[in-house]
Design a protein. Structure first.
Length: 387
């Protein structure tokens, strides 16, 4: 079956965060795809809807089974006891922060990184400490000397790992992840691995689940996974916390119950099961479509906007663009683009000060929309240079 990724959907006035939150013509910012979910998922949800009773929902055994089966493709053996349903990645991380750290403690992140990491650390009255990634020759790498220096601090109790890394789209290698695992274990720092972009890799590429790297990684990790980014079902509010270490697991699973982020809505379980059991071919075609979009953007920038450059990536549909030759700072460039062209991108400074001269663009959209966005970007760059 050939799935349709070309049809343009009118999502305005649907309470969409992407399309209705800001006053803009063309939003290409938040991590939300402008594609219909796989029809197999839609059918499962419609079947629940047509029953007409929307009562309390239990976690079925099948829910555990589909997670276990799905991660076999990554040579990762999960066990039922390791898994706990939660309403989302961010609620789970917030709960973990409160349980494993105290007010005033520091939580380590590697910047530039998903901007919500900053918010949930700050909102829980903890402090951000940054291990700034090294950017050289359009490639990112980890500053391991700086990482160990900061992990060794007494007030650093937790590390948030983004794997694959948003916004740079990097698949961390097994060697890099193993070094992170060794350092965190050595200094008693627990790793929270946000791996919800793991399925969204370029065709032929696979990411490396952190718990699969070594015994040190497995026993010192809280892995958070979900079908939401993969299958464009974030609104179903469904994710899983996976913790192999029994002592850590008992602590976190109990507080997830206390925080009441363990109850699924009527569609969450059925949607997850349908995604992981019937969504394979849809996902394969999606990954190819996204890869082709990436190549289109790369060629377009090279041929039409040589002042800005795409940072090479192997994962996610969020692309990181280097605008340093334009001399942009902070949010000014994105504000300028939106006002002059109606194109809304994510300013790189949201992901840490190291991202100040970058922007992030979401290419998970029909090709016609992407081309519209690129034409607006070209026009905006020309206006910005001549302002």
């Amino acid at each position: 079956m050939n799935y349709d990724f070309d049809t343009i959907l009118d999502r305005k006035n649907t309470s969409s965060v992407k399309w209705d939150y800001f006053d803009t013509e063309l939003p290409m910012w938040v991590a939300d795809m402008d594609f219909k979910a796989a029809p197999e998922i839609t059918k499962a949800i419609i079947d629940m809807t047509e029953m007409g009773v929307y009562g309390y929902t239990m976690i079925q055994d099948k829910w555990y089974e589909v997670y276990i089966d799905w991660w076999k493709q990554y040579d990762t053996k999960l066990e039922k006891d390791w898994l706990k349903y939660t309403t989302g990645v961010i609620p789970a991380i917030s709960t973990v922060i409160r349980k494993l750290t105290s007010k005033g403690d520091k939580v380590l992140i590697q910047t530039p990184v998903y901007h919500v990491f900053f918010y949930i650390i700050d909102d829980n009255e903890r402090e951000v400490i940054e291990n700034k990634l090294i950017y050289k020759d359009k490639q990112y790498s980890i500053d391991f000397d700086d990482l160990e220096e900061k992990i060794a601090r007494d007030d650093v109790k937790l590390m948030l790992l983004c794997n694959p890394h948003n916004p740079i789209g990097k698949i961390w290698s097994k060697e890099e992840l193993e070094r992170i695992g060794q350092l965190c274990r050595k200094h008693d720092v627990v790793v929270v691995a946000d791996e919800i972009h793991g399925d969204l890799t370029d065709p032929g590429r696979k990411y490396n689940p952190f718990i699969n790297i070594s015994e040190e990684c497995r026993d010192n990790t809280i892995m958070i996974i979900a079908p939401t980014k993969t299958f464009n079902i974030a609104g179903l509010k469904t994710a899983a916390v996976c913790i192999p270490n029994i002592n850590l697991r008992e602590k976190i699973f109990k507080v997830i119950d206390v925080d009441c982020i363990n109850d699924p809505n009527i569609f969450a379980i059925k949607g997850t099961i349908a995604a992981y059991t019937k969504g394979d071919e849809w996902l394969n075609q999606l990954r190819q479509y996204l890869y082709d979009n990436k190549q289109l953007l790369k060629d377009y920038l090279k041929n039409n906007i040589p002042e800005i450059e795409l940072v090479p990536s192997d994962a996610t549909y969020l692309l990181w663009i280097d605008c340093s030759r334009l001399g942009i700072h902070g949010e000014d460039f994105c504000d300028f683009l939106n006002k002059k062209t109606g194109l809304l991108l994510s300013p790189g400074v949201q992901f840490g000060k190291v991202g100040e001269q970058f922007v992030r663009i979401n290419i998970a959209c029909p090709r016609k929309i992407l081309l519209d966005g690129l034409d607006r970007l070209k026009r905006g760059v020309e206006l910005y240079k001549n302002r």
